[in-house]
Write a protein that binds this ligand. Structure first.
Ligand SMILES: NC(=O)c1ccc[n+]([C@@H]2O[C@H](COP(=O)([O-])OP(=O)(O)OC[C@H]3O[C@@H](n4cnc5c(N)ncnc54)[C@H](O)[C@@H]3O)[C@@H](O)[C@H]2O)c1
Length: 367
C-alpha cells in the first residue's frame, strides 16, 4: 500500500496556495498543518482551501512538533534559511521555494543540515519538469553539439517588477537575477551537467524600480531590476546571462548553446511581456549544423503537453518521500551552485570588476 504522506506548509501566501492546490489533488497526501506568522492568516488559509483536519499555527516551530513527513517552505526568501533548517533539524524532508536562500552562507548551512540530518532538501524549480527543458538537456547531453563552449541565457519582462518583500534587499537577497534569473541559470547549468563556476563579471542596475513613474514603491526599491553577467565555468565554458524585470525592449534575445559541432537556439512560446524560456515556455528549438559543408537549420519539434509543471514538482517531492531513498528530485547541492553564482554577480556588480566564485567543501553542519 502507498504511504500517506503528511505535509506541513510554512508561509500561507500566494505560492503556498499553489502548493496546497497540488497536494489536495493527491489522494495519498494529507495537509496536516499550516503556519504563518501573521495572526489568523494560516487559519483563514485552511478555511478558504477547505483543508479538513489541518491545524493552524503562528510559530513554525509548533508545526514542526507534529508528526510530519515533509514540509513545503513557502515564506519570503528571507525566511527560507531558518524555516528550512528548523524543519530539517526536526527530522522533516523539505521542499523549499526558489531561490534557495538570500546568501550563499545560508544556502551552505541549509545543505549541510540536510546532509547531517539525512533528510532531503529539494528546491522548487518547476521548469525542470517541462518536457522541452528535458528535451534540450537530452539533445546537449547526446553530444550532438560537440563541445558546448558558450551559453547565452536569461530573458525577462518588458514590465514585470514585483512589490513587497521581493524588492527589499534584506528580505529578498537579490532582485531579478535571483527571482527569475535562477530559472535560466538552472536551464544552462543543468543542461551542461552543473559544471563548477570559476568567476563572474557582472553589471546590475535598478533604473526602473527606483523611478516612481515605473514603480509604486520606488522609494523602497533596493534590488536590481536588470543585470548582465559573464560567468566562467570549468572546462573553458562561459555563460552570458542577462535578466530584466523591466526594459524598453521586447526581448533580451533567444537562449543559445554554441558547440563545436552544432548550435541550438531556443525561442519563447509567447510574445507577451512575461514570456520567456526561463519559465518553461519554449516555443521553438532550432539546430544549426553543417551537412557535407552546407549550413543546415533543422527545426526540432517541440513536445506538446498538458503537464502542470508546478504539480509535477510537488508530486516529485511526495514520490521521493514515499520511495524513502533520500534522493532529492532537485538536489539543493546543485542549486547551491546557482546561489553561488548569484552571490558572485552581486559582489562583482558592487565591486565593478570580475570576482572569483568558490564553494567550500560541504560538511555536516554542527548542531
Ligand atoms: N516557484 C514559483 O513559481 C514561485 C512563484 C512565486 C513566488 N515564489 C517564491 O515563493 C516564496 C513566497 O512567495 P509568495 O509570493 O507566496 O509570498 P507571500 O508574501 O504571498 O507569502 C509569504 C507568506 O509567508 C509568511 N511568512 C513570512 N515569514 C514567515 C515565517 N518565518 N514563518 C511563517 N510564515 C512566514 C508571510 O506572512 C506570508 O503570508 C518566495 O520565496 C518566492 O520567491 C515561487
Amino acid at each position: 500500500m502507498t504511504q500517506t504522506v503528511k505535509i506541513g506548509i510554512i508561509g500561507s501566501g500566494g505560492i503556498a496556495n499553489a502548493h496546497a492546490q497540488c497536494y489536495k489533488k493527491m489522494s495519498d497526501v494529507e495537509i496536516v498543518a499550516v503556519a504563518d506568522l501573521v495572526p489568523g492568516k494560516a487559519a483563514e488559509f485552511i478555511q478558504r482551501l477547505e483543508l479538513k483536519n489541518a491545524v493552524p499555527f503562528e510559530d513554525h516551530q509548533e508545526l514542526l512538533e507534529l508528526d510530519l513527513d515533509g514540509v513545503s517552505v513557502c515564506t519570503p526568501n528571507v525566511a527560507h534559511h531558518k524555516t528550512s533548517v528548523d524543519s530539517l533539524l526536526a527530522g522533516k524532508h523539505v521542499l523549499v521555494e526558489k531561490p534557495l536562500s538570500i546568501t550563499l552562507e545560508q544556502g551552505i548551512d541549509m545543505v549541510e543540515t540536510s546532509l547531517k540530518m539525512n533528510k532531503m532538501l529539494t528546491v522548487g524549480f518547476q521548469p525542470r519538469y517541462d518536457p522541452n527543458m528535458q528535451l534540450v538537456k537530452e539533445i546537449v547531453s547526446s553530444g550532438e553539439l560537440g563541445n558546448v563552449y558558450y551559453v547565452q541565457t536569461g530573458g525577462g519582462r518588458r514590465r514585470g517588477m514585483p512589490q513587497g518583500t521581493f524588492i527589499k534587499k534584506a528580505l529578498a537577497g537579490a532582485g531579478a537575477m535571483a527571482d527569475i534569473g535562477c530559472y535560466s541559470l538552472d536551464l544552462a547549468l543543468n543542461t551542461l551537467g552543473y559544471p563548477k563556476p570559476i568567476s563572474v563579471s557582472a553589471y546590475t542596475s535598478n533604473l526602473f524600480g527606483t523611478n516612481p513613474d515605473h514603480h509604486p514603491e520606488a522609494e523602497n526599491f533596493e534590488v536590481e531590476d536588470f543585470g548582465i553577467a559573464l560567468i566562467r565555468l570549468e572546462g573553458g565554458k562561459v555563460i552570458n546571462f542577462k535578466v530584466s524585470w523591466a526594459m524598453h525592449m521586447d526581448t533580451l534575445g533567444p537562449t543559445l548553446f554554441l558547440g563545436t559541432n552544432a548550435g541550438l537556439k531556443l525561442t519563447p512560446a509567447g510574445q507577451g511581456p512575461w514570456s520567456g524560456v526561463w519559465d518553461g515556455g519554449i516555443g521553438s528549438i532550432d539546430l544549426f549544423h553543417d551537412v557535407i559543408g552546407q549550413h543546415v537549420d533543422t527545426s526540432i519539434p517541440v513536445k506538446k503537453h498538458n503537464l502542470n509543471i508546478f504539480y509535477e514538482k510537488v508530486r516529485a517531492f511526495v514520490k521521493a518521500i514515499q520511495e524513502g531513498k533520500n534522493i532529492a528530485p532537485i538536489p539543493a547541492e546543485q542549486i547551491l551552485i546557482n546561489q553561488a553564482i548569484i552571490d558572485g554577480i552581486l559582489r562583482s556588480a558592487e565591486a565593478g570588476k570580475e570576482v572569483s566564485i568558490s564553494i567550500p567543501e560541504l560538511r555536516p553542519a554542527k548542531i
